[in-house]
Design a protein around this ligand. Structure first.
Ligand code: RUB
Length: 304
């Protein structure tokens, strides 16, 4: 798919979830290598421009700029190559990068599945492929888990999670978002497991709106709170004090018909503070939030 199509699909949430967004962007950048160009410098300029278009498509998941910046770093590294060789080398390296992201997902599924116990009752919010991979792996290893999915207003991504879990055969129950605390207490939920769009160096997790409310209820009820995120979702720029923009989406997602005199505010993500998070499950291991800093410096040495 071309850069403009991928950018549109990300903006319209046809492509969504922070990992899928990162992979789709890398694939679109790889496709750009097929475009005509006089020389390597011209193609790099084109990649930079395409990268900007993709970066502008959605603001909150840092996996998107990370993926593009990595491709641009690879392009810069190979800039002395003549055009044909540049195209081949970069295409291979982007393919490797995409492969690594898929391996990261598999590794997280394995690590996360070790944390899940037989007969666990788990609550998840929104729709995260990384969370689903863990639950799938735990189920396949014979753990008889049960899952509660919040519906995740206003876009109902919880339906996607519930449908997928049910397809696998995992007993799943859909609840309204505001039932999360009640269900955690009454149904004796063992663990909350969510994905993430961005993780700052100080261990702050940015994920679908409502995550922080669930995390604070989990803390109060002594329910373990786990976040599953590939390192591509760590924010190197947070070390420079920069913050991502919390996406503000259309009021139409909340109200089909406007109510006279009523404004709608529709933020799509929120911040969960590190003290509410027990573990962040990454492909490098399950770490406490204060471990993000060192892992970030290690994984993003090329950027820093
Ligand atoms: C999706 C969301 C997911 C993360 C992680 O929000 O918050 O929890 O993106 O997903 P939206 P994954 O539906 O607005 O994109 O684990 O698949 O990367």
């Amino acid at each position: 798919m071309s850069v403009s199509i991928v950018a549109r699909k990300i903006r319209d949430m046809e492509i969504r979830g922070a990992l899928d967004i990162a992979i789709a962007a890398a694939k679109a950048m790889r496709r750009e290598l097929e475009e005509p160009s006089k020389n390597t410098a011209g193609l790099i300029a084109r990649l930079k421009n395409s990268g900007q278009i993709l970066k502008n498509s959605r603001p909150t998941a840092v996996s998107l700029p990370n993926s593009i910046n990595y491709v641009l770093y690879l392009a810069e590294k190979n800039k002395e190559l003549e055009l044909g060789e540049f195209r081949n080398t970069l295409s291979r390296e982007i393919k490797n990068f995409i492969h690594e992201q898929n391996l990261a997902l598999e590794k997280i599924a394995e690590i996360g599945s070790n944390i899940i116990q037989d007969k666990d009752i788990i609550l998840t919010h929104c729709n995260s492929d990384t969370v689903l991979a863990i639950l799938h792996s735990a189920w396949n290893s014979g753990k008889k888990i049960r899952v509660f999915c919040t519906e995740t207003r206003p876009r109902y991504q919880g339906h996607i999670s519930a449908r997928e879990l049910s397809r696998i055969g995992i007993p799943v129950t859909l609840i309204v978002d505001s039932a999360a605390r009640f269900v955690m207490e009454k149904m004796k939920v063992d663990r909350v497991l969510v994905g993430g769009d961005t993780v700052y160096a100080n261990g702050v997790l940015i994920n679908k709106i409502g995550t922080s409310q669930i995390a604070s209820s989990a803390k109060e009820l002594e329910v373990e709170f786990l976040a599953a995120v590939e390192c591509i979702k760590f924010s190197p720029e947070s070390l420079l004090g920069k913050r991502v923009k919390i996406e503000d989406r259309s009021p139409k997602e909340v109200l089909e018909k406007t109510i006279k005199g009523v404004k709608v505010f529709n933020p799509a993500f929120d911040l969960t503070m590190p003290e509410f998070i027990d573990l962040i499950i990454t492909e490098e291991g399950a770490i406490p939030p204060h471990g993000v800093y060192s892992l970030l410096k290690e994984k993003f040495s090329w950027e820093l």
